[in-house]
Design a protein around this ligand. Structure first.
Ligand code: IMP
Length: 185
């Protein structure tokens, strides 16, 4: 859906990125990945559910073979703050031994989920583990985990759209926007 389909609800404060900006940036990230992984197999690991759109557009922008697998972890309840508790809801089907893994994320907020995930995946004997995220919030800049590919750094606001939800809504919004505080306060 487009912004016009939710604009009547006054839910979206501001559009941060239009669909073509997002897809354009993912193409640039894909080009970087192609150069960095020349001659190496890649396994993209998407983090459900938020990374579904990012995975779809990033993977299709790569002009080479890639494998894709998915993990589901829970780190958030239904609110807008991180709980810090990470639980595997769905594990990978793929053996990571000797694999070059790129974790595909929608957003890094506190970085708690990701630093836990990197440690977990590294314990499975991969050749390498890197991170590609579409969005990164300022708090994540202090995170100990290195993020190799970042789409956009954004202000510290709650954003929705392009896979990102609030209470499971807005994932199918084409653009990314900030949620009006009245929706969650
Ligand atoms: P972290 O552990 O704080 O980095 O949070 C990571 C996860 O929280 C993301 O994968 C999202 O699912 C969710 N999240 C963090 N910030 C936002 C936001 O602004 N909008 C929607 N989901 C978010």
């Amino acid at each position: 859906m487009d912004q016009k389909h939710v604009v009547g609800e006054l839910d979206l404060d501001q559009t941060l990125f239009a669909e073509d900006q997002i897809v354009g940036r993912l193409r640039e990230m894909a080009a970087e990945i192609e150069t960095d992984y020349d001659g190496k197999d890649i396994l993209l690991v998407g983090v459900l559910k938020g990374a579904v759109m990012v995975m779809a557009d990033l993977a299709r922008s790569l002009n080479r073979h890639v494998e894709m697998d998915w993990m589901a972890v829970s780190s958030y309840g239904s609110g807008t703050t991180s709980s810090g508790v990470v639980r595997i809801l769905k594990d990978l089907d793929t053996d990571l031994t000797g694999r070059h893994v790129i974790i595909v994320e929608d957003i890094i907020d506190t970085g708690l989920t990701l630093s836990w995930l990197v440690t977990n995946l590294k314990s499975r004997g991969p050749a390498s583990v890197e991170i590609a995220t579409l969005l990164r919030k300022p708090d994540a800049l202090e995170m100990v985990v290195d993020v190799k590919y970042v789409g956009f750094d954004i202000p510290n606001a709650f954003v929705v759209g392009y896979g990102l939800d609030y209470n499971e809504k807005y994932r199918n919004l084409r653009c990314i926007g900030t949620l009006a505080p009245h929706v969650y306060s």
